[in-house]
Design a protein around this ligand. Structure first.
Ligand code: NAI
Length: 507
């Protein structure tokens, strides 16, 4: 089935932030669009708002005055639901309440034609459940846009138990024709993005709770090493802690209290205190006038390093060696297990064990563990951890070699899998479980995380880049360290490792 014809009349119900944005997207694509809200005058106001937004784009030279006028001419505010009778697609973006949505769709069934596709923009309710009481549940699907809808590219096309696969294809093609990046997903709690993204917040919150590092240090590691646009604390301050905490609680409840989704007491306390983030002027950071953003911690060294010994390969961290060579450091290559030696210091990429444990088990004195970086060739910061009894000169030497490669060095307490590695390992593990459960394809999961929350790389592709055997080891070590099911590796990961395949390997 192909995309809806450009002349097909579309309706959007609910003229709030999402409904107005979706109406704008459909109208800009060329469809006649009706906008309805049960607050009198709200739909007309929303169209005025869209007009103002488009006006700003015209002023900036990003849109022609003709295109603005044509878009606005395609939008029509209506006050009665009966006006939607001849629409071919109706997208609901009303209040997030199951009964309200069910009632609305039942009412629509009595008004619109049999060919009309019904879609919900819900972000947390089950499509199966919304459709359950309809006479034709097969024509109801989820069409989940991200905020702000005109800007965010991702649209999750959500199929419930009864949804017609041909209609899912039609919505997929239609979203694509609207310039979006659609993905298919099954109606499971959190769909793709709101489920797979949970560890991004959860692992930073846990590290904070355990005193591994402070907020600015963890945030800067996620940005400067992890390649994420923002760290978890600045991002949740932006989203609003009430909203982010509610999503976590809803996913946690929906998965029957699986500890992978355990909400954070630290975040709950912020919500209890009314520190909701930017919108209330205070969250993890203060947004009061003149408030200064605290700086990330780093350590520096006065030592000078001219020679290093590399034993084996550092795996994904190998570009660090290129950076050192470029700085004129002499590299002596030997066989071995992936260690970088300089002076008395031994550096290695974390495998999920604490430094104290690995030093003892592998007989390595003065061990310094390196965190993951998205691109070791370009990162400007790296986290390290080390044993409490490290020789201070060896620590200085280890820090000096990383400095020489151009990195700021942020110390963490001796935590399993440090910060970026544990976060990415858990993102990849959650994505693997979603894959295992048939929630979406590997390609769609990765696309959803890149287009929906701007991750620098899809979590499954990232797992492939780290190496799935290493990823599995990291998770097993995390699970052993904490003794918690939260870190249990997904069967999908174990299976790929046993089969010698990657996540994106189709063979
Ligand atoms: P909102 O509160 O800004 O707007 C909802 C609008 O629906 C209001 O104008 C309200 O008057 C109207 N409304 C409520 N009940 C109605 C009814 N029975 N008939 C007609 N109009 C009705 O809400 P928002 O943020 O736009 O969210 C709408 C939907 O989109 C919810 O299901 C939400 O979960 C979902 N969503 C929200 C996102 C967000 O970031 N805000 C992102 C993705 C989905």
């Amino acid at each position: 089935m192909t995309a809806l014809n450009i002349n097909a009349r579309i309706a959007v119900i609910g003229a709030g932030a999402m409904g107005a944005g979706i109406a704008q997207v459909a109208a800009q694509a060329g469809h006649p669009v009706l906008l309805l809200d049960n607050r009198p005058g709200a739909a007309a106001q929303a169209i005025d708002g869209i007009d103002r937004q488009l006006g700003k784009r015209v002023e900036k030279g990003k849109l022609s005055a003709e295109a603005r006028a044509a878009t606005i001419a395609r939008l029509q505010a209506v006050e009665a639901i009966e006006a939607l009778a001849d629409c071919e697609l109706i997208i609901e973006a009303i209040v997030e309440n199951l009964e309200a949505k069910r009632t609305l769709f039942r009412q629509l069934e009595g008004i619109c034609g049999e060919q009309c596709i019904l879609a919900s923009n819900t972000s947390s309710l089950s499509i199966t459940s919304i459709a359950a009481q309809l006479s034709h549940p097969q024509r109801l699907l989820g069409l989940h846009f991200f905020n702000p809808a005109p800007i965010m590219a991702l649209v999750e096309i959500v199929s419930g138990l009864a949804s017609d696969p041909r209609l899912a294809e039609c919505l997929y093609d239609t979203a694509k024709a609207w310039g979006k990046k659609p993905v298919h997903t099954r109606s499971t709690p959190g769909f793709i993005v709101n489920r797979v993204a949970r560890p991004f917040y959860a692992e930073s919150l846990r590290l904070l709770q355990e005193g591994a590092a402070d907020c600015p240090t963890l945030d800067s590691l996620m940005r400067d090493a992890g390649g994420f646009a923002m760290g978890a604390f600045e991002l949740t301050d932006l989203i609003g802690h009430d909203v982010n905490y509610a999503v976590t609680c809803s996913v946690f409840d929906a998965y029957y209290a699986d500890t992978r989704f355990l909400p954070s007491l630290i975040q709950k306390e912020l919500v209890d205190a009314g520190r909701l983030g930017r919108k209330s002027g205070h969250g993890f950071y203060s947004y009061a006038e003149g408030a200064e953003r605290p700086q990330p911690k780093h350590i520096s060294s006065e030592q000078s390093i001219d020679t290093c010994v590399v034993e084996g390969s550092l795996g994904i961290a190998q570009p660090l060696i290129t950076r050192l060579r470029e700085q004129g450091v002499e590299i002596i290559q030997r066989d071995g297990q992936g260690l970088l030696r300089t002076g008395d210091a031994v550096l290695a990429l974390s495998d999920g064990r604490m430094a104290c444990q690995r030093a003892r088990e592998d007989g390595l004195r003065n061990l310094i563990l390196l965190d993951l970086a998205f691109d070791y060739g370009k990162a400007s910061r790296i986290a390290i951890s080390y044993t409490a009894d490290i020789d201070p000169t060896a620590l200085e030497q280890g820090v000096a070699v990383l400095q020489r490669a151009g990195l700021n060095v942020s110390p963490l307490s001796d935590s399993p899998a440090l910060a970026v590695l544990r976060t990415v390992a858990m993102l990849a593990n959650e994505a693997a479980d979603a894959l295992l459960q048939g929630v979406a394809s590997a390609a769609d999961i990765d696309l959803a995380m890149r287009a929906g929350v701007n991750y620098p790389q899809g979590p499954l592709a990232w797992g492939d880049a780290i190496g799935l055997s290493h990823l599995l080891k990291v998770l097993e070590n995390l699970q052993a360290s904490y003794g918690e099911e939260r870190y249990r590796p997904s069967l999908a990961l174990r299976r790929r490792v046993a089969e010698g395949r990657t996540f994106h390997d189709k063979s």
